[in-house]
Design a protein around this ligand. Structure first.
Ligand code: MN
Length: 230
């Protein structure tokens, strides 16, 4: 096959202990999946059905080593959201909760960077969230740890500091919808494919960063990432 110009490069993530890389297909994100974050966003944290939005693969920054991210245009309120990232290794549709974890290849730590002012404007006007969420470099993600190495963590501290100061701290056991439940729900709407990522939502403490800020995020037992806004 030949193309009229070179196709976009495949975005990928590092895998701990391997030279092979994980090719990123689609990026699904779960909205408001920690009660304390739903409350800080002015929403009712009762357990309504999960909802999802997406980012394009161009959002990926390979943050397996300390990285920079460009402060994006058209915003004055860029927020950090530290998240547990699930990497899908086996596709499927209508996956049951009981079978869901068998579809997971591994886990990583990621940031769902958000142009909060644009997201807020979209919410107010009933418009799509894309410009608030789906911009280039909006998803720095660290090294993947495989299920064969670490299993399926269900309780672990998730935390973020900015310039060494604590901003977000919680535990992944506070997820309203578990990893298995999120996979099951999502697969009812869209057949999952190998290479898909699911960003599982952020705990409370989201706030703005500015140029020069250094974000350090971690999920204990999975890893940490360091990203400088430039
Ligand atoms: Mn998020």
């Amino acid at each position: 096959m030949s193309f009229c110009f070179p196709p976009a490069a495949t975005r990928s993530l590092a895998i701990a202990g391997q030279t092979e890389r994980f090719p990123v297909n689609r990026i699904f994100c779960v909205g408001r999946n920690y009660a304390a974050h739903a409350i800080e966003m002015g929403k009712d944290p009762t357990r309504e059905a999960p909802f999802f939005f997406m980012k394009p693969p161009q959002a990926i920054i390979d943050a397996s080593t300390p990285q920079g991210m460009t402060y994006p245009p058209m915003t004055k309120n860029l927020h950090h959201e530290i998240e547990l990232v699930v990497a899908i290794g086996k596709g499927g549709r209508d996956i049951s909760v009981a079978d869901a974890l068998a579809h997971v290849y591994g886990y990583a730590v990621g940031l769902d960077m958000t142009r909060r002012d644009l997201q807020g404007e979209a919410k107010d006007k009933g418009r799509p969230w894309e410009f608030g969420k789906a911009f280039a470099e909006s998803a720095p993600i660290g090294t993947l740890r495989t299920v064969s190495e670490i299993g399926h963590p269900s309780s672990a501290t998730i935390a973020l500091t900015v310039n060494g100061q604590p901003r977000q701290s919680s535990n992944i056991d506070q997820l309203i919808w578990s990893v298995a439940e999120s996979i099951a729900q999502l697969s009812q709407y869209e057949a999952l494919e190998p290479g898909d990522l699911i960003m599982t939502g952020t705990p409370e403490g989201v706030a703005a960063v500015v140029k020069g800020d250094v974000m350090n995020g971690r999920v204990d037992g999975i890893g940490e990432i360091t990203v400088t806004v430039r």
